[in-house]
Design a binder for this molecule. Sequence first.
Ligand code: BG6
Length: 482
Amino acid sequence: MKNIPVIMIIFGGSGDLAHRKLYPALFNLYEQGLIHDNFAVIGTARRPWSHEYLREQVIDAIHETHDQVDENSAKDFASHFYYQSHDVTNVDHYETLKKLAQDLDDRYNAQGNRLFYMAMAPRFFGTIATHINDQHLTGSGFNRIVVEKPFGRDLASAEKLNKQITASFDEDEIFRIDHYLGKEMVQNILPLRFTNPLIKNIWNKDNIKNIQVTLAERLGVEARGEYYETSGALRDMVQNHIFQIITLLAMPEPKSISSDAIHSAKQELLDSLIIPTSEQIKHEFVRAQYAGSDTTFAYKKEPKVSPDSTTETYVAGKVKFTKGPVAGVPIYFRTGKEFKEKKNRIDIVLKHMNNPYGKAHSNNITIEIDPKSKIYITINGKKITESGIRREDLTYTFSKEELAKVPDGYERLLHDVFINDSTNFTHWSELKRYWSFIDAIEDEWQKENEEGNELLQYVPYRMGPVEAKRIFESPTEHWIYE
Ligand code: BG6
């Protein structure tokens, strides 16, 4: 692997994301030689840490995520880390940061390349972007910026943030990260669709009855109440992860697998996204909050959550496009906290076909993303000793050894940033469409809140509210995963 010279500046270097995800992922890339001699990382945050303390934290992060660690290698890697105490609103601090970056560039021969990573609370993204521009933090080589989600809170705030970032970076230098796009089975959707004639030929509105996307979590909001209150399930999971998955499922075949071709196929689809009307939102979207029958356990009782909160922890709804192979086919989705189990899966539900044997199953295709990675297709055959049809699944799966080799999503996506491949990142034009859809729903819900409508509740560790059934277009439709 080619050694890429770069000075990386992480805003949020003392945070949870850096510790749990970025440092271990960078270590793996270091061990593979992608970043090696000519790189340094500056971790910034408000806390008064020293370089030494950050390096200890980096080594701890590696130990926490790796079974076996070569201590010398971990130490060498950590020696590339520098800490800069930083207040994101203080102009002088950016001057100090700029100087440190330049000194390190000279020392490590990083050729003026800069990679900025926004890994702190999203409310600071705009301020940081403005200062990167005003204090000229970009280098003389390549400049790239990775922006964590959420990218804005609605279309207007996303537009404002985008303007602040594009003051210093071109669209092809901005990497809006969505960790779902780094998941093995999400990356498997396009090859599955386009390399198998068996699948490609039935992937259309004539054969597919509906598509179902479920992102269910066993956990609640934990310690993230403060953030979650500003977000809710719709902004937290649908605006990004669910929409990206739906886009991959519904987009037309790209002309090639280049980043440009894939993004242009995505855009062609998204231009035809139907924004639901107020009436449709009332019937086709269901939001709810978890609340145990024992009143001590409920979302409203979580730390930093308002006792009158109207924030949804569950949402189910429907997406439709007017173009693409599944134009007009309902794509149902649901996501929620405190579900029966962690389960991220996609079900492609095929239409029934009359046959001389009578009752048979549809050849549904299921893609399990988490916690297992597998694909299975339902197949009908004859029963052995009695008459009738039996159902079996044809399964595509991985061996333990293969699974052990699957890189973490962050490692994969950071690798892509280093090699300048934006295939698995969200483009601004896509994000705009997603926000237009989300805004329509949020506006309607806001009106309902003002009218004093009560939010539905659902019992934890089950399958969400039964009312979610109402989103189906016909009585013959139901959730395949129940
Ligand atoms: C994050 C959300 O983007 O995705 C979290 O902010 C959620 O609320 C998480 O828990 C789920 O990711 P994963 O990879 O565990 O399914």
